[in-house]
Design a protein. Sequence first.
Length: 315
Amino acid sequence: MTSYLDFEKPIAALESRILELRDTADEGSLDIAAEIEKLQAKSAKMLADTYGKLTPWQKTQVARHPERPHFKDFIAGLFDEFIPLGGDRNFGDDQAIIGGFARMGDRRMVVIGHEKGDDTQSRLRHNFGMGKPEGYRKAIRLMDMADRFSLPVLTLVDTSGAFPGVSAEERGQAEAIARSTEKCLSLGVPMVAIIVGEGGSGGAVALAAAERVLMFEHAVYSVISPEGCASILWRTGDKADVAADAMQITAQNLEKLGVIDRIVTEPVGGAHRDQSLAIATLGVAIQEEFAALEKLDREALRRLRREKFLQIGSL
């Protein structure tokens, strides 16, 4: 059963009523098919209307929805083959950032992304998708391999930010993020980055400095979380909705600003309501992007990346 967000309470009540009527109908007490059909139409319209005018803060909640597809779901739904590779050959293997060789039809590539986990045990194991230095150094190692073997790179970004713990800072978190960003920008192979949920701070940029950056329709991408911004500006997290609106963190805002290049549509009600459709739609976009980029040589790709990021914020 779908978990409802706070702003979806009217939809939840209506869909609960539909389920009650279906249970009554199943018992054969009376024929209420017409009433159910009428309520379903009303529910569908309410859902479409609600998701057609989400605020930035509401989009943030959708981007964080626990039932939204995660890295492992995209791997299972998009690729015919995936060979994970672990470790940074220096400290250890970070489970928040996963990567390896993959095959989508006839196209082979290197895929790297954040995994948040989908239950308490897996979330702890994957550190809620917050990468540590060894995770970003693993990403660098995989991108080096992709460059060496002329394989395109796909990254799936979904993180609230890099892990802020003391141990991560002691192992060079900032340096690892900077070098991962640098590696993205210097690649001589096509790179497509997709913000599939949350794109938080340098932990996201480190895997998203690509010549083509895509975002799911209800994903968010920002230098700091709305709560973090509110706590700095107003000393309280209660104004996270105000901060989210001011920060322009939605895909629609960022496409206008030139930070991202393309918005990938989600099923009505968000990717969590129909994971299969969301994943299939993303697959089409990925194929289209790589088909266009594979025509460019190494220097053209680097030049495209350079020009893209230099133009961001220009008047």
